[in-house]
Design a protein around this ligand. Structure first.
Ligand code: FMN
Length: 361
């Protein structure tokens, strides 16, 4: 029994390491699909009446003040190498005053001894830190177990990640998702810490977001299609799934389309999935996002240039955002979110057409 458990734990660690390796070696992004952020034209302000120094990128979240509306979204944990990544990216986040999320804490659950590989609070003492677990495991967990994941980090919120497409491609992945909404409802009622419903690269429709809202969720990370494709990564890892992987590599609601779908809902919105520049961040904000998030480019910059590589990537993102803010005459993030935009036809096609039917399909 003990041996079987250890084998399963090693399998999780190996799988997480394989994911990280593939993200450096292979093209793991969507192929034909884009985020549709290129369909958002920010209207130029030729007369901004504003100095670059007056542009303020700070924004509140979860009772804290971020220096810029950004989050390094969850990637890893569970091994010594993963700890190093978490520690260094947490340092970068703290320095830049942006939020930081650890990867799935599933390994920590199976092996409490690996808890330290997620414990980065001392490196990010003041910024927003996010715990993370998948909906597959969450269905089998008690509320106290979620609390343990949060307490281990001193986290400000818990990301409950939705990765159904990834699980379906993974030969050993979960196949049961029937209790998903119930988990969110239970946690919204019983957990004292906010929950972020987080996709992992397939985006979110209005219908899903409305159901999450009804279940008590107030924060979502749409993590849309057009960036990292988990279908692609799993197919690279398990060649027997090649056909499925090719067929579904681009599956999902593009990031910009997810924001258009969620327009007007009373949800705090993180836009991730294919955010690669500060202009992408600005466009996402103009579509109503509160924050933007990135995973793959931060990891790649870190692996290529170490701590400085990741630091420079984040600094560049903020610099590019500031330029977009000045060029749209936006003094604050609130103003950037109200910036004038012209949307392309492909993106407009995602506008909700009618009041969606109540309840489930
Ligand atoms: C190497 C790597 C590992 C990831 N692991 C997790 C994870 O454990 N939990 C999670 O919620 N998302 C995970 N993600 C998904 C990201 O947080 C993000 O939602 C997705 O990759 C889209 O953003 P991107 O296009 O900037 O990479 C991972 C992404 C990468 C690149």
């Amino acid at each position: 029994m003990v041996r079987r458990r250890t084998a399963a734990i090693d399998e999780i660690a190996e799988r997480k390491q394989a994911h990280l390796d593939l993200c450096l070696r292979e093209d793991v992004e969507a192929s034909a699909k884009t985020t549709l952020l290129e369909q958002v034209e920010l209207v130029h302000e030729a007369l901004p009446d504003l100095n670059l120094n007056d542009v303020d990128t700070s924004t509140p979240w979860l009772g804290k003040k971020l220096a810029a509306p950004l989050v390094i979204t969850g990637m890893t944990g569970g091994t010594r190498a993963a700890f190093k990544v978490n520690r260094d990216l947490a340092r970068v986040a703290e320095e830049a005053g942006i939020a930081f999320g650890v990867g799935s804490q599933r390994a920590m659950q199976s092996r409490p001894k690996s808890e330290w590989t997620y414990q980065i609070r001392e490196y990010a003492p003041s910024t927003v830190v996010l715990a993370n677990i998948g909906i597959g495991q969450a269905q089998e967990m008690e509320v106290e177990q979620f609390q343990e994941l949060i307490d281990a980090l001193g986290a400000d919120a818990l990301c409950l990640h939705l990765n159904v497409a990834q699980e379906l491609i993974q030969p050993e992945g979960d196949r049961s998702f029937a209790e998903g909404t119930k988990v969110f409802r239970r946690l919204s009622r019983k957990l004292g810490t906010p929950v972020v419903a987080k996709e992992t690269g397939c985006g979110m429709s209005r219908r899903t977001a409305e159901r999450l809202y009804a279940a008590g969720v107030r924060h979502v990370d749409v993590s849309g299609a057009g960036g990292t494709s988990w279908v692609r990564i799993e197919a690279l890892r398990a060649p027997e799934t090649d056909r499925l992987g090719t067929l579904y590599r681009d599956w999902g609601v593009p990031t910009a389309a997810s924001l258009v779908q969620l327009d007007g809902l009373r949800l705090y919105r993180i836009a991730s999935g294919g955010i690669r520049s500060g202009l992408d961040v600005a466009r996402a904000l103009a579509l109503g996002a509160n924050l933007a998030g990135a995973a793959l480019p931060v990891y790649q910059a870190y692996q290529e240039g170490g701590l400085d590589g990741a630091r420079n990537f984040v600094t560049e993102l903020v610099r590019e955002l500031r330029v977009a803010m000045l060029l749209t005459g936006s003094r604050s993030i609130a103003e950037m979110r109200r910036a004038e935009v012209v949307l392309g036809a492909k993106l407009l096609a995602w506008k909700p057409k009618r009041r969606p039917a109540k309840g489930r399909r």
